[in-house]
Design a protein around this ligand. Structure first.
Ligand SMILES: Cc1cc2nc3c(=O)[nH]c(=O)nc-3n(C[C@H](O)[C@H](O)[C@H](O)COP(=O)(O)O)c2cc1C
Length: 319
């Protein structure tokens, strides 16, 4: 495999809304282009494609990290053609250079970073760690707000309000069915072995299987020590969201490398009213992209890996 093929293979491990993996890549010589795949948009909760762009940004960051960690320089041009909004980025492979040690560390966790929907234990995430993650996110062009203890109830309320509204929406229920009942050969969607049964949580976690078919037991810890962070940007232009997705990947990979369990939560930012509540938590600083729960698991079993599409489904190579 060429370095660019290996990079897009690594990018395939990126997190995405409902595990839609809404991207495709075109490799031509030393250039690779990243495209959004609008057919994979979850329209009921993402009509404007914000979550789709965040997901594609995460895939872009995974590819960048893999290349830098493997000792390749790369130039990245984001949204290079205003006539083609689906063309999100063009990467050109440069020379071989000494691998960047931070990228080596993050590239190593790409295959073992998984969303962990089980509850986290009593051990708290230190201020030192949260500051480190915040600074790292800022280097990718987005921002991180740590939800303060007295703000957690408002976050829980917004998540709950969003979930209730969504479960009443036939379009949402239909999207949920479509992405949780995928034939195995497609290698996408959310499967019962990665979803968690409902239970008491500090902040509710999306119920992917309202008919109680989720396999995972949440555990008895109730997220006591979990930290909730809001990833946000100063605006919501496509470039803000693409960079936001890159920052999301940076956050998740660094947290994983540091031994934290992670779980993105987007329910509360999908509908306008709960989203307003989350915006308030930022005291007018910016536009919320996503919430991430961070913490330590008390048990030792790793989070289950979710399905991935075959490389041939989302990559084309021309000489
Ligand atoms: C933009 C975005 C929004 C997401 N929203 C949620 C969510 O609301 N609830 C949840 O449990 N997981 C959420 N996730 C996690 C995805 O479901 C997860 O990345 C996907 O199923 C693939 O699994 P993996 O992260 O273990 O590779 C989100 C991920 C992204 C990138």
């Amino acid at each position: 495999m060429t370095p660019l093929e290996q990079a897009v293979l690594a990018a395939g491990h990126a997190p995405s809304i409902f595990n839609t993996q809404p991207w495709s890549w075109r490799i031509e010589g030393a250039t690779v282009q990243l495209f959004a795949d609008p057919d994979r948009k979850v329209t009921s909760i993402d009509p404007d494609g914000r979550l789709l762009l965040l997901s594609c940004g995460a895939a872009l960051h995974h590819a960048r990290v893999w290349l830098r960690g493997s000792g390749w320089s790369v130039t990245v041009d984001r949204l290079p053609d205003s006539e083609r909004p689906d063309l999100l980025a063009r990467l050109v492979l440069g020379k071989q250079v000494p691998p960047d040690p931070e990228a080596v560390r993050m590239a190593a966790v790409i295959p073992r970073r998984h969303t962990d929907r089980r509850s986290f234990g009593a051990r708290t995430v230190s201020d030192f760690e949260l500051t480190k993650l915040r600074r790292f996110v800022e280097t990718e062009g987005a921002y991180l707000h740590t939800v303060r203890r007295e703000q957690v109830a408002a976050l829980a309320f917004s998540m709950d309000a969003a979930e209730q509204a969504e479960l009443y929406d036939p379009a949402y229920r239909s999207d949920l069915r479509a992405w949780t009942q995928r034939p195995g050969y497609r290698g996408d969607g959310v499967t019962p072995d990665t979803a968690v049964k409902p239970g008491p949580r500090r902040v509710p976690v999306r119920d992917f299987f309202p008919a109680s078919r989720a396999d995972l037991d949440p555990g008895i810890a109730h997220d006591e020590g979990a930290a909730y962070v809001v990833l946000f940007g100063l605006g919501e232009r496509p470039i803000d969201l693409l960079r936001g997705g890159e920052a999301l990947s940076a956050l998740l990979l660094l947290a994983t490398a540091d031994g934290l369990a992670t779980a993105p939560l987007s329910d509360a930012v999908e509908r306008e009213w709960p989203r307003q509540l989350v915006r308030h938590l930022l005291t007018g600083l910016g536009e919320p992209f996503l919430i991430v729960r961070l913490g330590y698991r008390s048990g030792r079993e790793p989070a289950p890996a979710s399905a991935r599409r075959d490389l041939r489904d989302f990559v084309t190579v021309t000489a």
